[in-house]
Ligand binder design. Structure first.
Ligand SMILES: Cc1ncc(C[n+]2csc(CCOP(=O)(O)OP(=O)(O)O)c2C)c(N)n1
Length: 454
């Protein structure tokens, strides 16, 4: 834990009302950035973007940035959530306002977080699905190596916030099973479990099976499945029947409920339910039913912050959080199985702007710094935002090693001889790390290993 995060977020001091306002503003800014990029007056060209995919991570990212991480921590962001990342950097003062209207433009914000092209440099470039899910794990291993071999750096946590479809990539499973990546207690992977990929709801994603893969690989597994309103409902007489009913529903059935509220929602929710469920929800008025039935853990700030802290307390192994979310949360496109790249209409954007309490005059503004939410943004910006990059020390690498080959040799053998020669320079050898499968003969690394060890 960093010093900033230790001082920043004692639980009792968290202003959840202000966090909820920030969460809604992030949802708005990310949605509107994508909307603007596709409705520019100077071109008819549609550049795309993923409003529903951002919405599904709005709560996960609010809880992480505004109540959890500190300045030393590193985060890899789900590729499609890049507008949310930029919105955080904007509200906390790192990103200039002019960029908000330059998403997916030449010289503007990239479609996916990019370390080389974005002005508000993310800790990891993501975009290739699956890489961001495990890049922090490898970074944590690298940090462990650096701490063991050089001066110890301030403690840091390594976090990946990944889409559930990223778990389709084999590299994720190779990484979690790799013995050299075990025991990294400062790693947390948060899965945005919206159970939707590009154009379908994933049937029976078998979250339990995925969880057992992580558990078998020695990870701590945490779930943010139900929000506090649902948990309260489960605690009422007969409430257990509500949990059983939701758990037995298919993903398609449950997600379709997000398009409804009130009496219509009640009748759809109760289709195929046992009579106990009807009784258990009878005390919940129609106008509150949606906020209970649709109350997923991945959209509950308290549940998420508690779950992140639960993971923080586990220091001997990496943690994974399965955060149940819905694609399009808080937007009129919520729950539509085809909403992956749906762009909201101008009328829908106008309604959302009104709902958030903004006008076309102040829609891009930061918070008033004297409000609780403005204060939180300033504190978080000071704690976590990037300082101007410092120039790195340069280590001279000789252009000539003096190695001569009497006869023609393979490039592999030449590599083996050259690397041994390079290793005679102690300063260089200290910082030369070979990365190869565990074969030293066929890679010609034998000489290097004999002189420097593994
Ligand atoms: C290696 C790779 N394969 C395929 C893609 C194409 N692709 C872009 S997004 C996506 C699925 C994203 O799903 P998920 O990670 O669950 O995010 P969300 O649905 O929340 O946007 C795929 C397959 C890619 N970017 N990289």
């Amino acid at each position: 834990m960093t010093s900033e995060s230790m001082t920043r977020s004692p639980k009792a001091d968290i202003d959840f009302a202000a966090l909820a306002i920030i969460e809604k503003r992030l949802l708005w800014l990310s949605t509107r950035m994508i909307d603007h990029a596709n409705k520019r007056s100077d071109t008819e060209i549609k550049v795309g973007g993923h409003q529903a995919s951002c919405a599904s991570m709005a709560t996960i990212m609010t809880a992480l940035w505004f109540a959890h991480i500190g300045g030393e921590d590193k985060v890899a962001v789900k590729p499609h959530a890049s507008p949310l990342y930029h919105s955080i950097k904007y509200l906390t003062g790192e990103l200039d306002r002019s960029y908000l209207s330059m998403l997916r433009q030449l010289g503007g914000l990239q479609a996916y977080p990019s370390r080389t092209k974005d002005p508000d440099v993310a800790d990891f470039s993501t975009g290739s699905v699956g890489l961001g899910a495990v890049a922090p794990l490898f970074s944590a291993a690298t940090r462990r190596y650096v701490d063991d071999h050089f001066e110890t750096r301030p403690p840091a946590r390594f976090v990946a916030i990944a889409g559930d479809a990223e778990l389709d990539e084999g590299n994720v499973w190779e990484a979690i099973a790799d013995p050299s990546l075990q025991g990294l207690g400062n790693v947390m992977l948060v899965i945005d479990l919206n159970r939707q990929s590009l154009d379908r709801i994933i049937p029976g994603i078998q979250a339990k099976r995925l969880m057992s893969f992580f558990r078998d690989a020695g990870w701590h597994v945490a779930e943010a499945k139900y929000g506090n309103r649902l948990l309260d409902a489960f605690d009422q007489p007969g409430g257990e029947s509500i949990r059983e009913h939701i758990d037995q529903m298919s993903n398609e059935e449950y997600q379709s409920l997000f398009a409804y509220a009130g009496a219509e929602l009640r009748s759809r929710f109760l289709a195929n339910a046992v009579p106990e469920v009807e009784t258990a929800i009878s005390d919940i008025p129609d106008d509150e039913l949606a906020s209970v039935v649709q109350n997923l853990g991945g959209h509950d700030l308290k549940v998420l912050i508690d779950t992140y802290r639960e993971c923080e307390a586990v220091t001997d192994r990496p943690s994974v959080v399965f955060a149940y979310t819905i694609k399009g949360w808080g937007l009129p496109i919520v729950g539509d199985p085809m909403n992956h790249s749906t762009l909201m209409s101008t009328a829908q954007i106008d309604d959302l702007r009104r709902e958030i309490g903004l006008t076309s005059k102040n829609e891009w503004d930061r918070f008033d710094p004297t409000t609780p939410e403005g204060t939180i943004c300033a504190v978080v910006g000071a704690a976590v935002n990037n300082e101007p990059p410092q120039s790195r020390p340069r280590l001279e690498v000789p252009v000539e090693t003096g190695v001569r080959h009497k006869a023609k040799v393979s490039t592999q053998e030449a590599f083996g001889r050259i690397i041994v020669a390079l290793g005679r320079d102690e300063a260089l050898a200290d910082r030369l790390v070979t990365v190869s499968p565990d074969v030293s003969v066929s890679t010609s690394l034998g000489g290097w290993i004999n002189t420097h060890g593994v």
